[in-house]
Design a protein around this ligand. Structure first.
Ligand code: DON
Length: 527
């Protein structure tokens, strides 16, 4: 059963005459109530917008607190304390979501801010009937963290959630009301800011009211570049995603100028795409970081000549060598994405996260919301993989006020300045593969929205060595062929794609069937 709370609330905003940005703000706040795994006001995200032909990108990513420093997660022997950037108050960056939504509203809102927050407040105040999968996730999280001796206050707030029972969140409702009344300052100054600082002081965290006062969401130039007859409008740094997707798509194009384009999801396709993935992730580790702190060579990394050079040494039949590095930990993951197109043709692609499911596991006392554990997206130590197995170095080292590198890639693809596709996904580093492959599925292989969102996907991120993560659904012959080539297969689904495709009959929306989202289209067809 999909969760329909946010899709319905967003649709009601559109029905009230709101635009795609209005609807996105409502969806974001509803998710903060009904999807505590990833929806948030204690986290951050990115919003890609095409509005009246203008391309915008809103960075509301968390940033390191002022007291953070590059070695803050190392022990006396210089080893990474792997739990600290993932659980507890010290794992949190300064949240960006409320600042982001406020900034989007200031720029593009047509309905009152109070109206946009009302559905979330009602769901927190009056409660919502808990879907079975949420109750299940909560129970598993509590069991797992307690078995491992991980200390959080999560169970105090979510421990009595029960499937099919109403769950009310009065503290969260009060916080949302405060934000409804005071906008940006309802979170970054006054009561809520003090609650966060007090909570940090009591629990060994770093965020202060000064950090909150200093936080600003930032408008950035989206990455906008050509691929085939399309324009990709996607996430620039501090996301690695846009550069990575652009590289992946264009290196495949470059490869296909000298080789036959492999058939969709054939062994050759998975191999060539994996070879490209290795190159993409090698660049990610070396060059990508917060552009306000490091020089990211975006132009060089997305230069057509560079695509051609990098693709030129792909061997169509053999795996290229990689030098060994330890693999990352593997646990559950959570982020969430939504895609919206309004009747004027404006589009929003928004990915938002607390990082892992339920973030740091810490609920701000008195304020009722979970805080992120986004600090793990920094490189705690050069060469040591984070939770998602991503390796980084200097470019993504921790520094006060710096934004941690992300893989979130909310993307809009245009053809002749009209929206052709809106896509995005959760899934840590696998987001990059999900976005790349849904673009290829929909626009290169011309699949419809449902097929594009549900065709089996795969992911190769250089490390662990020669390992391809594969969805269920590939035929056994394909998988065997890859194993014979020397690949190790990691058979686990990833993502939860939400996409909208423009085709000859109009807009189609699709939510990946194995996930929890809901696709809705008004006055058109949903497939
Ligand atoms: O920003 C990032 O790349 C990660 N914090 C996203 C985490 C995520 O997608 C978890 N997954 N499903």
């Amino acid at each position: 059963m999909p969760d329909t709370f946010s899709a319905q609330a967003a649709m009601a905003v559109l029905d009230d005459g709101g635009n795609a940005v209005d609807a996105a703000i409502t969806a974001q706040f509803v998710l903060a109530v009904t999807l505590p795994e990833a929806g948030n006001i204690g986290g951050g995200g990115f919003m890609t917008i095409v509005k009246d032909g203008e391309q915008r990108f809103l960075d509301y990513r968390e940033e390191a607190p002022g007291a953070a420093h590059r070695d803050m997660y190392l022990d006396d022997e210089g080893k990474v304390k792997t739990r600290e950037p993932l659980f507890g108050a010290k794992a949190s960056g300064v949240p960006g979501t409320v600042a982001g939504m406020w900034k989007a509203h200031q720029a593009y809102g047509t309905l009152p801010w109070a109206r946009l927050l009302a559905p979330a407040i009602a769901l927190a105040e009056d409660g919502f009937v808990v879907p079975a999968h949420l109750a299940d996730r909560v129970a598993k999280y509590i069991k797992r963290t307690s078995q491992r001796g991980i200390e959080t206050n999560f169970a105090d707030h979510f421990g009595d959630i029960e499937s099919n029972q109403r769950f009310v969140q009065p503290e969260l409702a009060a916080t949302l009301r405060h934000i409804q009344q005071h906008g940006h300052d309802g979170f970054y100054a006054g009561k809520v800011a003090s609650q966060i600082e007090d909570f940090m002081e009591d629990n060994g965290g770093l965020i202060t009211t000064d950090d909150l006062a200093a936080y600003q969401a930032k408008w950035r130039q989206p990455l906008s570049l050509s691929w085939r007859d399309f324009t990709l409008v996607t996430a620039p740094p501090p996301s690695s995603g846009g550069v990575a997707v652009a590289q992946w798509l264009n290196m495949l194009e470059a490869y296909a100028t000298t080789h036959t384009m492999p058939a969709h999801n054939s062994p050759d396709y998975l191999h060539v795409m994996s070879e490209i993935g290795k190159r993409v992730f090698a660049d990610r580790a070396e060059y990508l970081g917060d552009p306000d702190f490091v020089d990211v060579p975006v132009a060089a990394l997305t230069d057509p000549a560079y695509f051609a050079r990098r693709a030129s040494d792909i061997n169509p039949t053999a795996i290229s060598p990689s030098k060994p590095v330890e693999p990352g930990l593997i646990e559950s993951e959570d982020t969430t994405h939504f895609s919206i197109v309004d009747k004027h043709g404006n589009a929003v692609s928004n990915t938002t996260t607390l990082n892992l499911s339920f973030g740091s596991g810490m609920v701000v006392a008195g304020a009722g919301f979970l805080l992120n554990d986004e600090m793990d997206d920094f490189s705690a130590k050069p060469g040591v993989p984070n939770f998602f197995g991503a390796i980084g170095g200097e470019a993504n080292a921790i520094a006060p006020g710096k934004r941690m590198l992300s893989s979130m890639t909310p993307t809009i693809v245009l053809r002749d300045n009209e929206v052709a596709l809106v896509t995005g996904s959760p899934g840590g580093t696998t987001i990059i593969s999900s976005v790349t492959q849904t673009i290829l599925n929909a626009l290169a292989f011309e699949q419809n929205a449902t097929m594009s969102a549900n065709a089996p996907r795969f992911h190769h991120q250089l490390w662990p060595k020669d390992t391809i993560r594969v969805h269920p659904g590939f035929d056994t012959g394909t998988l065997k062929h890859l194993e014979q080539m020397g690949y190790t297969l990691d058979r686990r689904r990833f993502g939860d794609v939400q996409l909208i495709k423009q085709d000859s009959t109009g807009l189609s929306a699709a939510s990946e069937q194995s996930g929890r989202g809901e696709a809705m289209v008004r006055d058109a067809h949903t497939d």
